[in-house]
Design a protein around this ligand. Sequence first.
Ligand code: ADP
Ligand code: DP6
Length: 323
Amino acid sequence: MKLEAEAIAPSNIAIVKYWGKRDKELNLPLNSSLSVSLDSLWVRSKVTFDESLDRDEVLINGKRLDEREVNEYAGRVLRRFRELYGKSIFARIESTTNFPSSAGLASSAAGIAALTFASNSALGLGLSNRELSKIARIGSGSACRSMFGGFVKWNKGDLDSGEDSFCEEIFPPNHWPELVDIIAIFGEEKKKVSSRSGMENTTATSSLMKCRLEFVKETFEEVVNAIRTRNASKFFELTMRHSNSMHAVILDSWPPMNYLNEKSFRVMEWIAEFGKAGYTFDAGPNPHIFVLEKDMDEVMKFLKELGSVKILVNRVGKGPYLV
Ligand code: ADP
Ligand code: DP6
């Protein structure tokens, strides 16, 4: 017997970042986070639950993942689906990204979200996106936010079970149509330290982490309000401060680590001086620059002069859907 479905899910970029866990098995975070789902970066995943398989298999752009990688990300999601389905049936995941996988852009959030969405359909479980966000979270924390479109909040939750650690859309995709996210690709290297082990290092060793958690708590509603009122200058300022806050605790970790490079710092200086945009960096050197459509040409010109290998323009996108 074979049960099959295929879904597309968006990538997301965090404004309020997730960096640190209170539970590693369930990916329960130390703070709530907030992201934007992106319309031009997505992953398409076909899931086939097949009784003739003796283990889960994952192929990304035709390349097979080794067993350890499968077990730590997609496998966690598939195990949860087997529990819910009540039957031990393994799956093959064939996943394709609409961007080059060598471009240094994280695909795991969109990929895990797409396979979660498709699995629910393949097994006919009829779970809501909120329930699915809890399952995607177990595969990779940031993936739970890709279960919705628009502006998404991941509630950190307090329960040990993780039942209250789920996502919700706080503003729809068309809430702020003038807002654009420009991604500049500088390097194509794979990062030396994965987000997973990087945030573990920070949680274990950074003495500044306590201050960061207070900062997130104090400013979370300000971020939501800046989006609600479409207050661009406040939104840009808070976006940059939240990125800086995460990279500050990263630099405060031991053994030392750093995800930014010289060009990242040039962007940070230029954007701060420009005054009409806001940068944010995940665990890598490539900036996401939020700017209003009317001001985007100036940013593009700067990025080209700086020597970006590739520039991608995103708008706020929709959530996952079946294909
Ligand atoms: P990150 O997105 O966290 O920066 P990677 O892109 O290297 O890091 O992905 C981390 C892990 O997520 C990979 O080792 C793989 O197991 C899983 N993963 C990534 N992309 C996909 C995908 N499209 N489908 C399923 N699993 C994926
Ligand atoms: C810097 O979601 O990749 O992108 O839960 O261990 O799989 P795991 O980590 P992951 O970490 C993402 C970190 C980040 C910030 C963010 O997306 O909020």
